[in-house]
Design a protein around this ligand. Structure first.
Ligand code: PBG
Length: 324
């Protein structure tokens, strides 16, 4: 049997950092990154989140300064999450033009008009039961929730949101929001669909961060982590309903889904490196088990390599500042 060796030697291209840099296939830059921001009403001081070292709930009164600081770091897009003190059965605060979601958007856009402000369109941060929609017969009522999602999208757009990002995993949510936005004169506002969002253990720290009151789980609406074909089907449906971006969430445990979707859709793809992925790196690094900077570069690089154009990550600011 003939072998290309010793004529062919892949190590030739790895001999120096300059050479490695020349042949590097994937790069992560600040342009690729979206920073999540937790905004809490009714507090004066930033609240640390113990399961996410380095991440804070930002008081609403300090949001303007925070957004300017994020822009100064070089991040161009933020994803807003509200930590509500006005929860009820339907999450009605998020449907009010004076509610926390709408106020946060207005504050962020006023502080920094060039910042791309994205709203997480869901109800779990605004309902007293912690589910992502309206309850009926012990479950989440899909079609009743669609009406509220449509309204919430319009309220966010009226407040100045640049992109709306539905994460409730209700069937038909993209069509419902697109229709409502168009009817209200917001035909230009894009929808970033959390198209394949899995019922994942990796959201654990987020639920503490967002003050979620959920008892139970979201398995009747978020996807089974074992299903990749179904994720492509969900993504196809969202694209057909008019999504402008598709998202895979979480990221690292679902790179096969991302790679499959990259072969299938021409839309911009987003991956969400979620709270538990952040916590895994942070705590492993704190224990001295791994090097944080290298783990961040490697995981974000892997997510791009698998096919993501954009990454939502709690590390966005640090990457933009050039720390990794
Ligand atoms: C709201 C929402 C969640 C996350 C983003 N949007 C929580 C959930 O679905 O339970 C998780 C983000 C993270 O873990 O970083 N539906």
């Amino acid at each position: 049997m003939t072998t290309p060796f010793p004529t062919v030697r892949p190590r030739r291209l790895r001999r120096s950092e300059a050479l490695r840099s020349l042949v590097r296939e994937t790069r992560v830059t600040a342009d690729d990154l979206i920073q999540p921001v937790f905004v809490e009403e009714g507090i004066d001081a930033p609240q640390p989140i113990s399961s996410m070292p380095g991440v804070f709930r930002v008081p609403e009164s300090r949001l303007a300064d925070e957004v300017r600081a994020i822009a100064a770091d070089g991040v161009k897009a933020i994803l807003l999450f509200g930590v509500s003190h006005h929860k009820d059965a339907t999450g009605s605060d998020s449907l009010s033009p004076d509610g926390l979601m709408a106020r946060s958007v207005r504050i962020a856009k006023a502080a920094c008009p060039e910042m791309v402000v994205i709203t997480d369109n869901c109800f779990c941060e605004y309902t007293d039961h912690g589910h992502c929609g309206v309850l009926a017969d012990g479950g989440v009522d899909n079609d009743a929730t669609l009406e509220n999602l449509a309204l919430q999208a319009v309220v966010a757009a009226e407040a100045g949101a640049d992109i709306v990002a539905p994460s409730a995993m209700m069937d038909g949510q993209i069509a419902a929001m697109r229709h409502a936005l168009d009817a209200a004169g917001f035909g230009e506002v894009p929808i970033m669909a959390y198209s394949s969002k899995f019922a994942s253990s990796f959201y654990g720290p987020f639920r503490a961060a967002a003050g979620s009151s959920l008892k139970g789980d979201r398995k009747t609406y978020q996807m089974d982590p074992m299903n990749a074909r179904e994720a492509l089907r969900e993504s196809d449906l969202d694209e057909a309903e008019g999504a402008d971006f598709l998202m895979v969430k979480p990221a690292l445990a679902y790179l096969d889904v991302l790679a499959g979707l990259r072969c299938r859709s021409l839309l911009p793809l987003v991956a969400y490196q979620v709270s538990g992925e952040y916590a895994m790196i942070k705590f492993a690094a704190a224990a001295g088990a791994i090097d944080e900077a290298r783990a961040v570069a490697e995981t974000l690089g892997a997510i791009k390599r698998a096919g993501a154009d954009l990454i939502i990550t709690y590390y966005a600011r640090q990457v933009a500042r050039g720390e990794f």
